[in-house]
Design a protein around this ligand. Structure first.
Ligand code: PMP
Length: 281
């Protein structure tokens, strides 16, 4: 594991931040997870752009410079020697005497952690996984990738306790997204996923799937659908940087479609696998 703290390489044991860091005290920070496939970054550019947008949304000045962060990410991956890795990026508003209002003089704490990626078990992709649904208890700005993930953590823990892979959030019966993934359903050969608004994180993987659909004449729409549409779907799959394209075969104990990964899901998995072999940006 390679760790950079505020632009400096540090030993894992010595990678420590202040007890008054606003990330620690208020969840006042943003993060990204980027995948490295065979030594190539999978859309680092898009992840950094999302980080920048998030910073704007929460009035955080990325004082260290986004170019600097990009350099450190590339350097850290190089030094790690890992071919398949995940890069965790976290940026907080920094350390200051505790008060809710933003400190006048603080500089960002920024961290880059490179870990070797083992990936999910292959059988998950081949046989599909199960999900539960849970009420979405998060705030109304889920488009921002903040480190305030307690509601997501509780949802994931509930899924784990139920023997499921993921918890799917709903708000008043409308399907929103997973606790750490976006949700797609397939109905009559058309992909449907929640619109990219303040209720979801606009996933990089979600975007790639829509691009794949565009390029291969697969119909799709970004619209709100309800839990019954989820249960009645022909196919369901999750998307995410570490989730990739994950077929869902059961939700709340109800079998989806034929109870095996769907036809369109498999096609998108195949295109996605091809895509990760070529992207390097
Ligand atoms: N929604 C949430 C809540 C997530 O945490 C994630 C994964 N970080 C996603 C969606 C998927 O986003 P991405 O494809 O950019 O990893």
């Amino acid at each position: 594991t390679v760790v950079y703290l505020n632009g400096q390489r540090v030993d894992y044991e010595n990678a420590k931040v202040s007890v008054e860091d606003r990330g620690f005290q208020f969840g006042d920070g943003l993060y990204e997870v980027v995948h490295i496939y065979n030594g190539r970054f999978f859309y680092l550019d898009r992840h950094l752009a999302r980080l920048q947008n998030g910073a704007k949304e929460i009035y955080m000045d990325l004082d260290f410079g986004l170019n600097n962060l990009e350099k450190v990410c590339r350097q850290a991956v190089k030094e790690s020697g890992f071919n398949d890795a995940s890069v965790y990026i976290q940026v907080t508003r920094g350390a200051a005497v505790r008060q809710h209002a933003f400190p006048k003089e603080s500089s960002c704490t920024w961290v880059v952690i490179v870990r070797e990626s083992k990936g999910n078990p292959q059988e998950f992709y081949e046989n599909g996984i199960t999900c539960i649904t849970v009420p979405d208890e998060r705030w109304s700005r889920c488009n921002i990738k903040t480190v305030q993930l307690l509601a997501n953590c509780i949802a994931k823990e509930k899924a784990k306790k139920a023997g499921s892979f993921e918890a799917i959030f709903h708000r008043g019966g409308s399907v929103i997204e997973g606790s750490s993934s976006n949700v797609f359903i397939v109905k009559d050969n058309k992909l449907i996923t929640h619109p990219a608004n303040n209720k979801i994180l606009n996933g990089i993987t979600r975007g790639v799937v829509l691009e794949i659909a565009d390029q291969n004449d697969i119909k799709y729409s970004e619209e709100v659908f309800c839990i019954d549409d989820l249960f009645d779907a022909d196919e369901v799959f999750l998307t995410g940087t570490t989730t990739e394209i994950m077929p869902v075969v059961k939700v709340d104990g109800k079998i989806i479609g034929d109870g095996i990964p769907g036809k369109l899901t498999k096609i998108i998995q195949k295109y996605y696998q091809e895509h990760i072999q070529t992207v390097d940006c």
